[in-house]
Every structure is written in structure tokens, then in C-alpha cells.
Design a protein around this ligand. Structure first.
Ligand code: NAD
Ligand code: MG
Length: 360
């Protein structure tokens, strides 16, 4: 396997899985972004991959190497070229980097053979597992669970004063900083709705979001007879990572199961769209299609950067993304290309930066 983004939350957990299963997995390539070179050097020394390198170009090269599976664990739009390289090489793509799928949209899915993309996002892994329980014709809708993040239960007004430190305290998951902020704004769930639409080819009105604070049920599939299958485990990425790397096989003892000898309560709540408009905005961007999801993602990446640098209040993240999405002229031509997507990404970054400058 090739592990892209090996020093991150997903990458290090994938390497834990390799350590625990040395007979099953072999690392042929490692890449990362360069912010933690000491860790990267230690990984290269330990796993002795045939290829290693830092940066986007190295990741794209690694993704095109001959191997069984490429795990894309890079954060952000910079994961697009590596995703395309893995798909073009015909290699199974274990996809944690949802941004590349969302921004490329049908351009990415069209380059994938059926089953070539295996989702590593826990919700989509859950859906893929539940979909084994019925035929595509039997599926009524997908129900994605959301923890609600650290600010669940707050009104829009009560979000005014939240700090970076508070936003980085996720109640159930330990993840990289960008996805943690995205979980606090619910932008992550918005991205995941678009991701589900692209992976499972269902219209947006058949993809629901429900708040489930303890993140034990990772998502569900409702079938046409009224039956719902759920996939559950204590919160862990080890199971989705293991399935991503070994699909369709399960890796024994990838993580502990729910302990039914102890009391266990599952709660579900409707999403407060008023306090957290990121999901409905993502639906709108998804319905617009073409370059709109890339704009949603890119504007958000700029806003998250600005929030982390103290230049943008938390409550202004989603309204800024919404303003940029509204100003975007979605191209109507049928022949959308990757260059159109990259141009929209660049435009959205400039537009978001400009908007933040204006609101300062
Ligand atoms: P992270 O910030 O912990 O790690 C990101 C990795 O990407 C690091 O290794 C970094 O060096 C690398 N990287 C950054 N820029 C790069 C570049 N230009 N070229 C090559 N590598 C680069 O992030 P994470 O939490 O591991 O998330 C990774 C991806 O997985 C994201 O798309 C995220 O949305 C998704 N995801 C993560 C989790 C989780 O539990 N962490 C769960 C679901 C989905
Ligand atoms: Mg997820």
C-alpha cells in the first residue's frame, strides 16, 4: 500500500494497523506535507518503503506507483491530483481525503472503476457496510449521523464568543485540526452529504443527517420495507481504515466492539439548521453541481485558516462560505474539466479572502 499524509491522524492510525498486521500489509510508499519531518523520517526508517517524499508532487507520484491500495490521508484540496493519479493507475483508492472527491465531483467518479473508491470516512464506511444488506433498488435513503460537535445545543447567538481552543475540543473524535473545526461548524457534515451523493449515487433528498452525540452509530441505511440497518462501534477510525485497506475483507480485531455487558444509550436529535446552516448550504452547492462544491470547499478552507489565525470569528465562517457560493457563476457548459475545477477553487479562495478582508 501507499500511505499519503502518513504523519496525520489517519496516516498514523493506518501505520498502527500495519504494525499490528505485518503479514497482511506492506508499505511501498509514504508521503506527507512536511510539517512534521521528524516523525516522517522515523516512519521511513521503520517501514523502509521503496518510495518516500514530501509535498503534493511526491504524493501524486506515490499514488501512481504499482501497489494494491493507495490510502489518501492528505487534508484539503491539495489531495486532488493524488486521487486522480491513483484512479488513473487503476489502483484501489482508500479515500479519507473527501475534499478531492467533492471538488472534482463527477470528474472524479467518472475516472473510477466500479468499486475502485473505498470510503474511509466513518459515515460512508458505515453506509457501504449497511448496503451489503440489500440491493440498490431496495434502498430508500441514507441517514448520516453527526456528533453535533462541541457546540451542539447552542443557538446561533450563543456561538458568537466561541474560541479556537473550544472549537478544537471535539467531544468524541481526535482528528486533524481542519476536520475538527469543520465538525464544529458542521461543514464536515455538509461535505459528507455531497460525498455520499457522489459515492452512492443517490439524490440529495434521499440523504438525511441526524445528530447522534456519542458517535457509536456511524450511519444507517433505510430500506424500502421500513427496515433500517445501522453500523455501530465505539468511536474509532481503525475499522473504516482497515476496511479501506482490505475491502471487502474485515481485519480481525481492528478495534474493540460495543460492550453489551454495560448500559448503553443511543440518542438521536434533528439537526438545528438555524444554528448550523452548513449542511443546507452544502445541499444547495451539491444541487447546483459543477464547480459549486469545489467553491464551498475552497472558501471554507480559507475561512478555517483565517479562524485559526484569529482573523475571522467562528460564527462568520459559514456565512462567508455562503456569500462566496452565492457569488459564484456556475459554468453551464457540459464539458467541465479539472482545469475548470481548479480555476473555481482559486477564484473561491481569492473571493473568500477578499470577503474576510471586507468584514474585518
Ligand atoms: P491531519 O492534519 O492530521 O493530517 C494531514 C496529513 O496530510 C499530514 O500527514 C500532512 O503532512 C499531510 N499533508 C498536508 N499537506 C500536504 C501536501 N501538500 N502534500 C502531501 N501531504 C500533505 O488530517 P487528518 O485528520 O488525518 O485528515 C486527513 C483527511 O482524512 C482529511 O481529508 C479528513 O477530512 C479525512 N478524515 C479524517 C478523519 C480523522 O479521524 N482524522 C476522519 C474522517 C475523515
Ligand atoms: Mg466523517
Amino acid at each position: 500500500m501507499a500511505v499519503l499524509g502518513s504523519t496525520g491522524s489517519i496516516g498514523t492510525q493506518a501505520l498502527d494497523l500495519v504494525r499490528a498486521n505485518p503479514d497482511r500489509f506492506r508499505v511501498v510508499a509514504l508521503t506527507a506535507g512536511g510539517s512534521n519531518e521528524e516523525l516522517f523520517d522515523a516512519q521511513v526508517a521503520e517501514f523502509a518503503p521503496a518510495f518516500s517524499g514530501l509535498g503534493e508532487d511526491a504524493s501524486t507520484e506515490a499514488a501512481g506507483l504499482e501497489c494494491d491500495v493507495v490510502l489518501n490521508g492528505i487534508t484539503g484540496a491539495v489531495g486532488l491530483r493524488p486521487t486522480l493519479a491513483a484512479l488513473d493507475a487503476g489502483t484501489t483508492l482508500a479515500l479519507a481525503n473527501k475534499e478531492s472527491l467533492i471538488m472534482g465531483g463527477p470528474l472524479v467518479t467518472a475516472r473510477a472503476k466500479p468499486g475502485q473508491i473505498v470510503p474511509v470516512d466513518s459515515e460512508h464506511s458505515a453506509v457501504a457496510q449497511c448496503l451489503r444488506g440489500g440491493t440498490p433498488q431496495e434502498v430508500r435513503r441514507l441517514v448520516l449521523t453527526a456528533s453535533g460537535g462541541p457546540f451542539r445545543g447552542r443557538s446561533r447567538e450563543e456561538l458568537g464568543e466561541v474560541t479556537l481552543e473550544q472549537a478544537l475540543q471535539h467531544p468524541t473524535w481526535s482528528m486533524g485540526p481542519v476536520i475538527t473545526i469543520n465538525s464544529a461548524t458542521l461543514v464536515n457534515k455538509g461535505l459528507e452529504v455531497i460525498e455520499a451523493h457522489l459515492l452512492f449515487d443517490l439524490p440529495f433528498d434521499r440523504i438525511e443527517v441526524v445528530v447522534h452525540p456519542t458517535s457509536v452509530v456511524h450511519s444507517m441505511v433505510e430500506f424500502t420495507d421500513g427496515s433500517t440497518l445501522v453500523q455501530a462501534s465505539p468511536p474509532t477510525m481503525m475499522i473504516p481504515i482497515a476496511l479501506g485497506l482490505a475491502w471487502p475483507d474485515r481485519v480481525p480485531d481492528a478495534a474493540p466492539a460495543v460492550d453489551w455487558t454495560r448500559a448503553e444509550t443511543w440518542e438521536f436529535f434533528p439537526l438545528d439548521d438555524d444554528a448550523f446552516p452548513a449542511v443546507s448550504l452544502a445541499r444547495r452547492a451539491g444541487e447546483l453541481g459543477a464547480t459549486a462544491p469545489a467553491v464551498y470547499n475552497a472558501a471554507n478552507e480559507v475561512c478555517v485558516d483565517a479562524f485559526m489565525a484569529g482573523r475571522l470569528p467562528f460564527v462568520d465562517i459559514v456565512p462567508t462560505v455562503a456569500a462566496v457560493v452565492e457569488r459564484h457563476d456556475v459554468p453551464l457548459n457540459e464539458q467541465l474539466t479539472i482545469d475548470d475545477v481548479l480555476a473555481a477553487d482559486t477564484w473561491a479562495r481569492e473571493e473568500a479572502a477578499h470577503t474576510i478582508g471586507e468584514t474585518l
